[in-house]
Every structure is written in C-alpha cells, then in structure tokens.
Design a protein around this ligand. Structure first.
Ligand SMILES: C[S@@+](CC[C@H](N)C(=O)[O-])C[C@H]1O[C@@H](n2cnc3c(N)ncnc32)[C@H](O)[C@@H]1O
Length: 201
C-alpha cells in the first residue's frame, strides 16, 4: 500500500522572500504607486524592491508597526509575503482595508473558510492569481540572520492578487520566470559530481 511521507517544514513565520520571487512578477507591480510591504521580517524586501526600481516602499519594523493596528496614511497597494500562521486574521483585515494587494501565500489557503469569507461580495474578476513557474523556497531567518541551512518548502504558493487589474484572472509565469537563487549546496555538489555529470546552473 502506498504511504504518504510528510517532510517537516518548521512552523515558523520567519521565512524571507528571495529576490527572484519579486523579480518574476516585476511587470505586474505598478511603478507609480506607493507600496506597503506590510510584514517586516529582516527588512530586506524594501532594499530588493528599491533596487528593482520601486522607490516608494513603506516597510516598517514589527512589532512596533503591527499590521493589525497600523496603516500608512497613503499607499496604493499591499505587497508582501505575510506570516502564514496569521492568514486567517490577515484576510478579514484586508477585507476591511479594501486596498489592492499582491500577497504570496500557500495554494491551500484558497480552500479555507476565511478565504471564502474574503471573496464573498467582492467585484467579479477582482481576485486574480499568478502561478509561479516553480516552487518558491524561502530564506529562513534565525536570530536575525539568514540561515545557510536548506529550507526547502514542502508546499506551493500563489501570488494572490486583489484589484490589480491583471490582463487575465490566472497568469502562469513562463519559463522566463524560472529564475532561482543559486542554492548554497551547489558548489559542493558540483565538486562531488565533477567529471561525471554536467550541472546546468
Ligand atoms: C514570512 S515573513 C516575510 C517577511 C517579508 N515580508 C519578506 O517577504 O521577506 C513574515 C514576517 O512578518 C512579520 N510579522 C509577523 N506578524 C506581524 C504583524 N502582526 N504585523 C506586521 N508584521 C508581522 C514578522 O517579522 C515575520 O518575519
């Protein structure tokens, strides 16, 4: 009989978004609007977005600026990778804010009751989804530093988009969005396999 094996992915909200994950959707992020990157982590997202040409990014440290009781005075959209364990509370707050957003969250969130509550009564086509070309592997933050330890996710994510006016309701990112950060273990593996295999990077 077939059995299911569950890989352990520690329940921890401190998984940071690698640069390529924002770069892969660059064309769908408006350049002329103020972005609220609402969930801080190590604060690295702001630098990444600034370097990509998004100059107006509000990204304030947590817990001093808590998503549930802080909102910038002026912003055009929320763009973030939120703490997944808090999504059930984040969705009602987003509903109340009613601002456009792009949020990276596990695919499974779409079947949750709180997600259903969010989509109830929203305008047709206001919820849209961007499907990444490959599984996103986040960067684990340990004691304020990005860990070198491999933190492969055992679930897939979508970019959930609200009121973003994308050209179609589901966008599958193509092969050109197959950018990944080079994993830490690659040089080691290359040495091990030298002479036997060619590794495409
Ligand atoms: C999954 S990490 C992502 C960090 C960052 N947005 C990124 O994409 O790299 C989520 C982070 O949200 C922050 N956070 C948790 N609860 C929060 C809250 N209530 N309000 C604001 N930020 C929160 C924590 O710092 C946590 O590391």
């Amino acid at each position: 009989m077939a059995s299911f094996h569950t890989k352990i992915f520690t329940l921890n909200d401190d998984y940071m978004t690698p640069r390529y994950v924002w770069e892969n959707i660059k064309q769908y992020i408006p350049k002329d609007q103020i972005i609220w990157e609402a969930f801080y982590g190590d604060g690295g997202s702001k630098n990444i977005l600034n370097e990509m040409g998004f100059e107006n990014v509000i990204h304030k440290p947590y817990p001093q600026y808590d998503f549930f009781n802080y909102e910038p005075e002026d912003y055009g959209l929320v763009l973030s990778n939120p703490p997944f364990s808090e999504v059930k509370y984040i969705m009602p707050r987003l509903k109340a804010l009613d601002k456009p957003f792009i949020l990276i969250m596990p695919c499974s969130k779409i079947t949750c009751g709180y997600f259903r509550d969010f989509v109830k009564d929203i305008e047709p086509h206001s919820l849209q989804i961007i499907v990444p070309r490959s599984r996103i592997h986040f960067k684990k933050l340990v004691n304020g530093k990005i860990s070198k330890e491999k933190s492969n996710a055992n679930f897939d994510c979508y970019y959930y988009c609200y009121k973003m006016n994308l050209p179609t309701d589901i966008i599958f990112l193509g092969d050109d969005a197959l950018k990944r950060d080079k994993p830490e273990w690659l040089p080691k593996l290359r040495i091990k396999l030298k002479g036997k295999y060619t590794i495409k990077t």
